[in-house]
Design a protein around this ligand. Structure first.
Ligand SMILES: CC(C)(COP(=O)(O)OP(=O)(O)OC[C@H]1O[C@@H](n2cnc3c(N)ncnc32)[C@H](O)[C@@H]1OP(=O)(O)O)[C@@H](O)C(=O)NCCC(=O)NCCS
Length: 220
């Protein structure tokens, strides 16, 4: 008797027979059931919890650097599409849905949201929940960035190296290197260096309004 498998069952079977996928599924289960519930890394025994979460991160994420800190409660699906550089954080209770590429030495406060996907909403005559998803637009965080607590980074945005995102910001445009930005939508508060450095902005990947660099906050 031959058993016919549907596409979903075939996909699940492939996942269980491919060793990398199997590793990811097992790590995801241990992380979901145990790792993410263990204490915050600053709490008693938190260093052990941190080490376990980092070890699981190596199995789950596409790339996971040395000495990373995946904090208590962080959610990042199976880790597919996520790269985390050396000494970088995924903050407490963060929600990170890839593709998200995080460089080295990135600090992330609690409750940040980085989601590369979005719902299609092009047709106003059709319920949005039936229009499917747009193509993912990767979020890129360069090296040495500090993302303050409760910030949201929208799909396709890039945070330039050395920038600071103030607590509670919503990042709707690319952030220049060394800028300190804040607010909703975020604006440049100042630069960490004396000179203004918009020329350090990489060329926009697409030519939409959202790819233009953040405006400076108007002087009061
Ligand atoms: C962005 C930040 C680093 C700026 O610190 P700072 O350089 O000391 O700036 P100041 O407090 O002097 O504020 C400068 C101006 O920016 C504004 N500002 C500061 N933080 C802001 C924020 N998060 N959103 C919007 N505006 C902000 C201030 O209101 C002030 O405006 P004013 O000049 O009109 O009065 C800091 O405010 C911040 O948000 N840090 C993140 C804290 C955090 O999330 N900690 C969690 C642990 S990781």
């Amino acid at each position: 008797m031959s058993v016919k498998l549907g596409p979903a069952a075939r996909h699940r079977l492939t996942m269980l027979t491919d060793s990398r996928q199997l590793q990811r599924v097992l790590a995801f289960a241990v992380y979901t059931l145990l790792g993410r519930h263990l204490p915050w890394s600053n709490r008693p025994f938190g260093q052990y919890a941190r080490r376990l979460r980092a070890a699981l991160g190596e199995w789950m994420l596409d790339e996971c650097g040395d000495a990373v800190n995946i904090e208590h409660g962080a959610l990042f699906g199976s880790g597919r599409g996520i790269r985390l550089g050396d000494r970088s954080d995924i903050g407490m209770d963060a929600l990170v849905i890839g593709p998200v590429h995080i460089g080295a030495d990135v600090m992330m406060g609690p409750r940040c949201v980085l989601i590369a996907g979005a719902h299609n909403h092009a047709d106003p005559d059709v319920p949005m929940n039936t229009q499917g998803m747009l193509d993912d637009r990767p979020i890129v965080i360069e090296d040495d960035v500090w993302i303050g607590a409760g910030s949201t980074i929208l799909p396709g945005r890039k945070l330039g190296s050395g920038c600071i995102v103030g607590a509670g910001s919503v990042i709707t445009r690319d952030v220049p290197s060394m800028a300190v930005v804040g607010g909703n939508p975020a604006q440049v508060i100042r630069y960490r260096t004396d000179e203004q450095v918009p020329s350090m902005l990489p060329a926009a990947a697409d030519d939409t309004e959202a790819s233009k660099p953040l405006p400076n906050r108007p002087k009061t």
